[in-house]
Design a protein around this ligand. Structure first.
Ligand SMILES: C[S@@+](CC[C@H](N)C(=O)[O-])C[C@H]1O[C@@H](n2cnc3c(N)ncnc32)[C@H](O)[C@@H]1O
Ligand SMILES: [Zn+2]
Length: 312
């Protein structure tokens, strides 16, 4: 199987994980295995890399790619189930987690996965290839819900108009394909937006993908779970591709690294909270001009990292 994905921040992410040869690492979003490959090369002896992905296509590819690799363990799992995986492997603490979020180029470019507004295919967008699909969402959700999702996860100004047109259109014929949806979106936007730069369906497709895969709620929960399983001096490195994801990572890392959270008008601290982490990136890292030239998809990428410190 062909599985094309050019890894973003390959060297930087692995450098920031500060790999110890006998450490335990989790690549929570292994995809095409680019980061996993760089990490596992640095391990020896009891060193372990646990590579997860929720996409069965990615897992098939990863199992074949790393079949003779004794230090690497591949799991078809959503990363929100990280505790289950670590317990199964009898791993207590982890030295580093990598989250390279969003979808892989393989998922976007493989027409049959129904993620892309550039290619006509059955509307799907499920990373795990199971459960509730984008097709189910656009044909069953009420207008208010559709508008809310497009507004919240796509930051689309014309969400109300798109939702209204979608509900009207599906009452005549169900929405089956990516191009059915693109057409409805195009009919809902004013000429000035249709003529402007960027694809008119980009925001709506992003919103529906985030909703169908519960990406933001799962990310927020998992960062908390991962931090609990981090060993002292263990690190979390997270690569995001849009502002909604980055906001969650920033907020979580800031809360791990903050002390007292009492209201400012309290005369003394009653919460007793001490910083549990340091930020390794005060400002997020961004790709260089050259990296963007070589891989235009990384244009919006941001990398943040934090390290757990002894606190309790
Ligand atoms: C940007 S790609 C990762 C590419 C990878 N770092 C590489 O170098 O090839 C993101 C991958 O994360 C997976 N993914 C996204 N959310 C996930 C989740 N909640 N649980 C498990 N895998 C997830 C996707 O299926 C996709 O394969
Ligand atoms: Zn306090």
């Amino acid at each position: 199987m062909k599985f094309f994905h050019k890894s973003v921040f390959l060297e930087k992410a692995v450098e920031l994980l500060n790999i110890k040869p006998s450490g335990v690492y989790v690549d929570a979003t292994a995809g095409g295995g680019g980061h996993s490959e760089s990490i596992v090369k640095k391990l020896s002896g009891a060193g372990k890399l646990i590579s997860l992905d929720q996409d069965p296509d990615a897992i098939k590819f990863l199992k074949a790619k790393f079949k003779s690799c004794k230090n690497l363990f591949v799991f078809e799992k959503n990363f929100v189930n990280i505790d289950e995986v670590l317990d199964e492997l009898k791993v207590d603490l982890v030295d580093g987690f990598l989250f390279d979020l969003g979808v892989s180029s393989y998922q976007l470019d493989n027409v049959s996965r129904g993620f892309s507004y550039k290619k006509d295919a059955a509307l799907d967008m499920r990373m795990s290839k199971s459960g509730f699909s984008a097709r189910d969402f656009v044909n069953t959700a009420c207008e208010k819900k559709i508008s809310q999702v497009i507004k919240e996860f796509g930051e689309e100004k014309y969400a109300d108009s798109i939702a209204r047109n979608l509900v009207k259109s599906r009452s005549e014929k169900s929405v089956e394909t990516t191009f059915d949806l693109v057409e409805i979106i195009k009919q809902s936007l004013p000429q000035k937006v249709l003529k402007s730069k960027g694809h008119p369906a980009k925001k709506t497709f992003q919103a529906i993908r985030i909703y169908v895969n519960s990406e933001l709620s799962i990310l927020e929960k998992t960062l908390g779970l991962a931090f609990k399983r981090l060993a002292p001096h263990g690190r979390i490195v997270a690569i995001t591709f849009h502002s909604l994801e980055d906001r969650i990572v920033k907020k979580k890392f800031t809360s791990f690294s903050s002390g007292c959270c009492c209201p400012p008008y309290f005369p003394i601290c009653t919460c007793g909270k001490k910083p549990e982490a340091i930020l390794l990136t005060k400002k997020p890292l961004k790709p260089t001009e050259r990296e963007i030239e070589e891989n235009p998809r990384c244009k919006s990428a941001k990398l943040r990292a934090c390290e757990k410190i002894f606190s309790k």
